[in-house]
Design a binder for this molecule. Structure first.
Ligand SMILES: Nc1ncnc2c1ncn2[C@@H]1O[C@H](COP(=O)(O)OP(=O)(O)OP(=O)(O)O)[C@@H](O)[C@H]1O
Length: 324
């Protein structure tokens, strides 16, 4: 049996531009068949990382391997797929010609391409449109064509840089299904995306990056675990209630703007504290209208990590409350 090598391995990977590190001490492992989300604000170094992993940009330091080898090795390259964020295609080609061209570069035979191109066009939602020139395609259709090109040669590792930026909601769901299908076939996917809800739904693990450094990485379960936001709605806040609640958990947000109603967001360490919250409300004399535990979503975690300032915390809490 063939040894299953990691799709991506980096150690202390670094890239400097004019003496400034834009990727710094990046150590990552992506096993085969994993969908890995790479998240960070604009300028965090995500595209530079992808370019290093594809052999398009030379690292200043550190080590990297993709599919057990160097991205400069043609045998490795033939097993990589890439959908860049800024895609530009040959407008005079039809989608079929474009895919044939890509397929031949990846070493696919004519018979294989003849069978595969119509199927892949169907997969990305361009069935029956393959004979039209790319110049007449909409932005979303071009992104779909680019995705078809990235997965045509059955790569073992695909880099998708903001793969749904031009797509409508249906297109986004379709791309998610394609990513899930790739995972099912054992293909690893390295996904750069700003759409956190998308990442949340599809990724096995994620890394948060800022200014070239990984702030946190782990499985969705690991990142989501540990805290339990609890939304508490009461008719009013008697004196002392907030103090009592703040001893049971971290008081994240209080909203008393609506007459006859007060909303409190409390972050608990464990659900065992929920009955104590109910008792504290009852003992204070307030009437309890809702006690809703909620898992923190990726956006809340992301904003917390990326901008760990009092302002961002307040905003995070407000957004959390708005979503609840
Ligand atoms: N060729 C280059 N020369 C100089 N600086 C560069 C070059 N390429 C990228 N940078 C800088 O490196 C930093 C990281 O850029 P990068 O494109 O990797 O970020 P990103 O996380 O992909 O951002 P975005 O989400 O906006 O696409 C930025 O400050 C950028 O200006």
């Amino acid at each position: 049996m063939l040894k299953r090598v990691n799709a991506i391995e980096t150690q202390e990977l670094r890239k400097e531009y004019r003496g400034r590190a834009v990727v710094d001490s990046l150590t990552l492992t992506v096993p085969p068949g994993e969908v890995f989300g790479f998240l960070g604000p604009n300028g965090a170094g995500k595209s530079t990382t992808v370019k290093m992993l594809l052999g398009l940009v030379h690292p200043t330091g550190g080590r990297l391997q993709v599919l057990g080898g160097s991205p400069h090795d043609p045998a490795v390259r033939a097993r990589l797929g890439f959908l860049p964020e800024q895609f530009r295609f040959q407008t005079w080609m039809t989608a079929e010609e474009f895919l044939r061209f890509h397929g031949r570069l990846a070493g696919l035979k004519a018979a294989d391409l003849n069978a595969r191109i119509p199927r892949i066009l169907e997969t990305v939602g361009l069935g029956g449109r393959g004979s039209e020139t790319l110049g007449g395609y909409s932005k979303g259709m071009l992104q779909r064509a680019g995705l078809a090109g990235a997965i045509l040669a059955r790569p073992q590792l695909v880099f998708l840089d903001e793969p749904t930026s031009a797509l409508d909601p249906i297109g986004r769901v379709e791309v998610r299904e394609i990513i899930e299908q790739l995972r099912g076939e054992g293909t690893a996917v390295f996904l750069n995306s700003h759409l956190l809800s998308e990442v949340e739904q599809v990724c096995d693990r994620v890394a948060f990056v800022k200014q070239g450094r990984v702030l946190q990485q782990g499985s969705m379960r690991e990142l989501m675990g540990g805290v339990l936001p609890l939304d508490v709605r009461v008719d009013h806040l008697p004196p002392g209630l907030l103090d009592t609640l703040s001893r049971l958990g971290e008081l994240r947000h209080t909203d008393t703007n609506t007459p006859g109603r007060a909303d409190v967001e409390l972050w608990l360490d464990h659900e065992d504290a929920i009955p104590a919250v109910a008792s504290a409300v009852h003992a204070s004399g307030a009437r309890l209208y809702a006690l809703t535990p909620r898992r923190p979503d990726l956006e809340t975690l992301f904003l917390d990590l990326i901008e760990d300032t009092p302002d961002s915390r307040a905003r995070t809490a407000r957004q959390g409350a708005a979503r609840a």
